[in-house]
Ligand binder design. Sequence first.
Ligand SMILES: Cc1cn([C@H]2C[C@H](O)[C@@H](COP(=O)(O)OP(=O)(O)OP(=O)(O)O)O2)c(=O)[nH]c1=O
Length: 193
Amino acid sequence: MEIVLASASPRRRALLEMLGVRGFKIIPAETGEEAPDAGPADAVCHIALMKARKVSEECPAGALVIAADTLVYLDGEALGKPKSADEAGAMLRRLSGRDHTVYTGVALVKDGREMTFAESTGVFFRPMSDEEIAAYVKTGEPMDKAGAYGAQGRGAVFIERIDGDFFNVMGLPLCRLVTMLRRFGVDLINTEE
Ligand SMILES: Cc1cn([C@H]2C[C@H](O)[C@@H](COP(=O)(O)OP(=O)(O)OP(=O)(O)O)O2)c(=O)[nH]c1=O
């Protein structure tokens, strides 16, 4: 079966490769990513579905399209990707010394059949000094990431504890994704190889 990852995220690509998915195509979805006025789980599912639908329209029949969207949620507010170094610093100051929740919505679309789910993971940050935040922002790592950090990169040093699927924080909740893929006839556990 042809599998298409509707994402420009190098992390999502690496995670699918890690699962042993071979020869999948990458077609990033060009959507506005306007979050609807909804709770975080509904919002990430909606955006993921918009991405998957858009790419599915361009794909041949039989292709299974996977899309995702990740948001960091704090005090009832969604933190997306920072637009500037200053905004990244401000986000990190808010995250310092407390816990927040990362939501990733995943959408699977094949021949008009659609499935979505959202996974949440609690992330506990240790207190960060202003110097640490400035130095981290300077690395550039925060810039293309929701909440201005990468749990899989240098950002790891600020994370005291994680409650849930770590890969969900990176942008793709692998445990539930594999279960959902089975419903579309893709079995990544019982492979012949
Ligand atoms: C919190 C966190 C987010 N991220 C990333 C995952 C996502 O790539 C990004 C959130 O932006 P998204 O809009 O979810 O995804 P994207 O724009 O990078 O890619 P596409 O829409 O084409 O699929 O933040 C990390 O890599 N590590 C982290 O610890």
